[in-house]
Design a protein around this ligand. Structure first.
Ligand code: ADP
Length: 574
């Protein structure tokens, strides 16, 4: 399309040339009539071509949006958690803006410009045919323009990526401030936040002004060069006319053609920002698309496992220069029963749970489920077999029903109610006017911490997983709910493996086995009956007020679970 549009663009200068040299010079009205009829066809044809070209561009935009957008979403979902955690949330958000940049560059004026550029040769060729006496002026100007465009490209690329970095760091701060708005309000942290925000905002403005002024320099150089070209062409042309080597019509046509020739080059200087953003966006998207995904397909479909988990000398550290957070842990958690993982804050319990769940890949050793290395399974298989209640229960905007069954949309109402009842949240849900259809607000903000935690437990129970990993499941629960959870876990633990990270004596009392971690290493492991007295002095009592004595009797030296920094839960029990 662009080829035809550009060929047709030659018609107007040729028409002008003919009008000056044949019609005006010889009063050739018949020639004029013929020329006008020809030009009318050309205008109609040109309009139809341009219109079709715009349609094609729109289709391109739509396809880019749909295909790359979908592909990026799928890819981000397939990335391992470690990769996702290695970048800020603003980085991942900006990738979706990169899709917009790619779409705009591929379907907007800049793409048409690229398609038009090669046809500059066509215009130069025609100038050589109609006005060879002045064509050499353009031969000198062309490399100058190309050099300016190339320089502006290099300068713009650096300025653009600096501006992006500062805007990303500002966006990260905003995202953090918005998600921590309650804390900011409660502690009146606005004073502390303001200088941070102003710093980042000022940095971003400074970069953007710098980039803007660089753009201005090059676009103004481009405009000056265009003017100089017109002056040079007209001057050299006038001399050639005086010397009878050129006609007036040819000079006017050459001026028009040089405008068409230099127009795209001039635009290239100003549009370079679009190209550098496009290039950088494509590079970033390419990096994400080329980074390894989690396993998407497992060779053999395994039946539901019994739930024996083995950590075989596993080690893990968050970065290469850090000490291992989990250090050669070697434990076997037998199928069925409730098992506990205890240890001080920061001893690596949560990290170990994530390794057992396959969220992180151990740097050494392996995790086995019923004797099979879990790295051969896909994330969705593992999620089906291993239920997980994280320390901070994240729910999503939507109804209670959707939040509980979103892992298994095919779950029946019976399964849903069974899971909610087991998690001790069914009565509370049906007590609300909309019951299971109640909207819980953004990230479950309309619920209390305890309600959110219980819904997260119900969510983990749907689908009947063989293993259930719970990270501090009673941290937001009241005493009664904790007792209910204790009964639930005992019940679930009859035919499933339940592993809990907890400091709660109520939950510890029902554990069959216990693993105590200290600085990422297994300090003690074995039957709870034997380990608990070594940790707490006497086995914790499960009911009644006297259970509170356990934490008072902790022996910090031999007690990895004792929280000497004053764990609030421990304090409250005192
Ligand atoms: P626990 O659950 O026993 O309190 P964690 O497993 O959460 O301990 O953390 C163990 C150690 O790993 C801590 O020292 C913590 O600083 C570090 N850690 C936890 N998460 C990350 C992370 N995403 N990046 C870097 N270090 C982390």
């Amino acid at each position: 399309m662009s080829a035809f549009v550009n060929v047709l663009a030659l018609a107007v200068p040729v028409f002008t040339l003919q009008v000056y040299d044949r019609v005006v010079a010889h009063a050739g009205l018949r020639t004029l009539e013929g020329l006008i009829i020809g030009m009318a066809f050309i205008v109609i044809f040109d309009y139809a071509l341009r219109q079709s070209r715009s349609r094609i561009m729109q289709t391109v935009a739509l396809r880019v949006d749909v295909l790359i957008g979908r592909k990026l979403f799928n890819k981000v979902m397939e990335l391992p958690l470690q990769t996702l955690e290695s970048q800020t949330s603003a980085h991942w958000q900006s990738l979706f803006r990169d899709v917009d940049t790619v779409r705009n560059a591929l379907s907007g004026a800049s793409a048409i410009l690229v398609a038009d550029l090669p046809f500059a040769i066509l215009f130069l060729g025609l100038i050589f045919v109609i006005a060879p006496a002045i064509a050499w002026v353009l031969l000198i100007i062309l490399p100058v323009f190309t050099f300016v465009a190339w320089r502006s490209g290099n300068v713009m690329a650096a300025a653009n990526s600096e501006e992006r970095q500062t805007s990303q760091s500002r966006d990260s701060l905003i995202a953090e401030m918005i998600s921590g708005r309650t804390t900011i309000k409660a502690l009146a942290l606005d004073g502390a936040m303001r200088p941070l925000w102003e710093d980042k905002h000022a940095d971003n403005i400074e970069r953007s002004i710098l980039r803007g002024s660089k753009t201005d320099i090059y676009s103004n150089i481009g405009a000056s060069l265009s003017m100089m070209t017109s002056i040079a062409v007209t001057t050299v042309g006038a001399i050639a006319i005086i010397d009878q080597r050129l006609t007036i019509g040819a000079l006017i046509a050459t001026n028009m053609l040089s405008g068409r020739l230099l127009g795209p080059l001039n635009q290239l200087v100003t549009q370079w920002r679009t190209y550098t953003s496009f290039k950088q966006s494509v590079e970033r998207l390419g990096e994400v698309f080329n980074s390894p995904s989690e396993r998407q397909e497992s060779k053999v479909k395994l039946v539901r496992p019994n739930g024996e988990i083995t950590a075989e000398h596993i080690s893990f550290s968050y970065s290469e220069d850090q000490q291992p957070v989990v250090d050669r842990v070697n434990v076997t958690i037998k199928a069925s029963g409730v098992h506990a993982l205890v240890g001080r804050n920061g001893s690596g319990k949560t990290t170990l749970l994530k390794l057992l769940l396959g969220l992180y890949e151990p740097s050494d050793g392996r995790v086995l489920l019923d004797g099979a290395d879990i790295s051969q399974f896909t994330r969705s298989e593992l999620a089906r077999w291993i239920g997980y209640v994280p320390q901070e229960c994240v729910l999503f905007a939507g109804s209670v029903h959707d939040n509980i069954v979103n892992r298994f949309p095919e779950a029946t109402d019976e399964q849903l109610i069974k899971a909610a009842t087991a998690a001790g949240v069914h009565k509370f849900i049906i007590d609300m006017p909309d019951g299971y259809a109640t909207e819980i607000g953004e990230a479950g903000s309309r619920l209390s911490g305890g309600q959110r935690q219980r819904i997260a437990i119900a969510r983990a129970l749907v689908g009947d997983p063989s293993v259930l990993l719970l990270d501090e499941p009673s941290s937001s629960l009241d005493r009664q709910a904790e007792q209910e959870l204790r009964r639930t876990l005992l019940d679930i633990g009859r035919d499933r493996t339940v592993v809990i990270v907890t400091h709660s004596p109520i939950l510890l009392a029902i554990c069959k086995d216990l693993v105590a971690l200290d600085k990422g290493k297994v300090a003690l492991a074995g039957p709870a009956k034997e380990i608990l007295p070594r940790l707490f002095g006497t086995p914790p009592k499960t009911t009644g007020r006297k259970e509170t004595q356990t934490s008072a009797q902790q022996q910090p030296a031999a007690n990895p679970s004792a929280d000497t920094s004053g764990n609030p839960q421990t304090e409250s029990r005192k």
